[in-house]
Design a protein around this ligand. Sequence first.
Ligand code: NDP
Ligand code: GDR
Length: 373
Amino acid sequence: MAEQKVALITGITGQDGSYLAEFLLKKGYIVHGLKRRSSMFNTDRIDHLYQDPHVENRNLILHFGDMTDSMNLTRIIQETQPDEIYNLAAMSHVAVSFETPEYVANADGTGTLRILEAVKLLGLTNKTRIYQASTSELYGKVQETPQSETTPFYPRSPYAVAKMYAYWITVNYREAYGMFACNGILFNHESPVRGETFVTRKITRAASKIALGLQDKLYLGNLDAKRDWGHAKDYVRMMWMILQADEPEDWVIATGQTTTVRDFVTMAFKHAGIELEFKGTGVDEKAYVVSCSNPDYQIKVGTNVVSVDPKYFRPTEVDLLLGDPTKAETKLGWNREYDLKTLVNDMMQSDLKLMTKDVYLQDGGYKTLSYFE
Ligand code: NDP
Ligand code: GDR
């Protein structure tokens, strides 16, 4: 029998880390994951994969660690001797990176160097393949549309600048030391477990709460921003394919379609049977309910459910992203199960279910409990 492959996933507790862990476990891998110590549980997304540490022959093993700690990363790589490292850990929120620029440079930029250097120092150059989570944010102020592997970069946030360092240090270690190190330049990808403050999940949660009468209004920033949104499930499969390729290369992963934030809002409410109409422009733009076909939802026609709050505008914005996945499709045979409509449906179904639980709790007399009452 072939030996089980060993993978190390940094960022295993995040959206992509959780889908990737599930995917690799199904493929028979032993999966090691880096998790941060936190004052509360932070493993919600992988709890369904959890294995009791007292059980022998576990194939999911978590290690405490941090991308800012070289010795910790080196020790974990030495102990686990991975065939594949998926470097997904990062402070991944673009808007927040303007508030914590130095930390982002350290965790997202230098953190990648720490992984590459540890593999080199430990003599694993010929054994360990490395996937680096690069991003369409590298294109920033876009120089051509659609964006492909050859489009020049112009990063527009501390996050994107840190990821640009991570991109080039990955290329450099590949060229200098012959490492199998690759960048996946992934465009936005979402899912029911997307972080709650990214725009898609913020919208699907709010649309569900508004439909169920748990919230009155949703405040957003730039409604004109256009993104190429795919489903995280399709994208983690491609991360694995990148490391199984014959040669180490960099790859654009995208759907080839772009949509405004405004249209995403319309689609999410539509899933709940609520038709919206946007009126006004700029900071005065608002969305109103035109009709509601679901008799369970007590929402009145004419209600203003979406408004703009300039506090969500970014100091420098990325206006338009649209990826060209031709190389991944033709060279690696990558294809997608989800399009935007099925992505929105998946997220809305999940959030409506989650929020319905809140309605039951509220109807049963339960409020959010305070520890201090
Ligand atoms: P998430 O924000 O959902 O997950 C980020 C993960 O990184 C979490 O596990 C988080 O831990 C961990 N992390 C953050 N900082 C550190 C640190 N200093 N040390 C160790 N772990 C840390 O991101 P996604 O899953 O969406 O994205 C995965 C990667 O792909 C990220 O690098 C992101 O920048 C990149 N990317 C994402 C895209 C997307 O659309 N989703 C598109 C392109 C690139 P904790 O759970 O404790 O917070
Ligand atoms: P992004 O994702 O910045 O593209 O980074 P996000 O969902 O945060 O923003 C997308 C666009 O929506 C606009 N927007 C808002 N964004 C948020 N978060 N909240 C709002 O209220 C809001 N209103 C409008 C934004 O201005 C932006 O234009 C994501 C992350 O996953 C990165 O880690 C990853 O690298 C890129 O995708 C590709």
